[in-house]
Design a protein around this ligand. Sequence first.
Ligand code: GLY
Length: 355
Amino acid sequence: MAELSRRRFLGATAASAVLPAFHISSRQKLRGPVAVASANGLQAVQIAVEQMQTGLPPVDAGVKGVEVVENDPNDMSVGYGGLPNERGVVELDACVMDGPTGLGGAVASLHNIKNPAQVALAVMRHTDHVLLVGPGALEFAKLHGFAEENLLTERARQAWLRWKRGLSRKDDWVEDAENVLFDASATGGGGEDGGKEALASMSRPTGTIHVGCVNERGDVGGVTTTSGLAFKIPGRVGDSPLLGCGNYVDNDVGVAGSTGRGEAVILSNGAATVVHHLALGKSPTDACLEACRRIVRMTKVRRLLDERGRPAFQVKFYAVNKRGEMGAAAIRPSRHARMDADGPRLQDSAAVFDD
Ligand code: GLY
């Protein structure tokens, strides 16, 4: 009996140790349905909230929202019309995560399917897996009725050809000798001998769309979808399809996602970091700022830094807590989209640096 009580006590202690500090009292008002997104998601957040109002779960509502951007040939960072890899092939990544079930699904390096977020949703709903890649992801998509089509628009092909013609130091290949630690005391800060003066990928788009949703019950869902870094090495996967990096959900806490340089988000476990800070009680904007500061702190090699030792790239985070409070922050100034009872709008995000 005494042993049983001890076990019960230890069990209760362990359970309380993993409970997030963040909680909602019965008196606190939930603000959902609300949605936050990257700045290319103004229409997407509106669609997502409308879908939640009809009763669609937050994760499905987010996928409906991003579909409009995945289908848009003029958004060259997502889905159809996305900029291709270095061989001219459009290669898509996406993931979804559902708060109430705690399940997620993802696809990476997927060719010829316009709506990878919907395929990620099918992975979550119809398999015991989380991530399918490359030919396996394509086969899975086709088996689930997704049509194969050429995603390379004429505009994206012309952009790729221009990049090919200008190819010199603007690729992703790095010599060992270029991974030199930044030395602020050295003449000229960044210096000339750090190899590529600024990482080539920094001047290339890593656009993406993330939508985070919370409904009127405080249930949470998130989706991120992208064509990834323009002209990437084939098979390169960024943060977008990686749960905990480009998208993360904890139904007791909230949802977070990212856009921008995926490598930095992977190395810092970005979206999970934001959700961790939400769980500690930080506001969504402050939680996003913490994740940005972590990237600033963890970026140490010269080729990734500007002459003042700051990351020479951009990363943006977006978050909504379970109460439906939204926020966003980035390394440098940027905007985000949000939708609540006041309607869809673009708003300035907080920033670590003001230029
Ligand atoms: N954040 C998108 C990517 O790096 O692929």
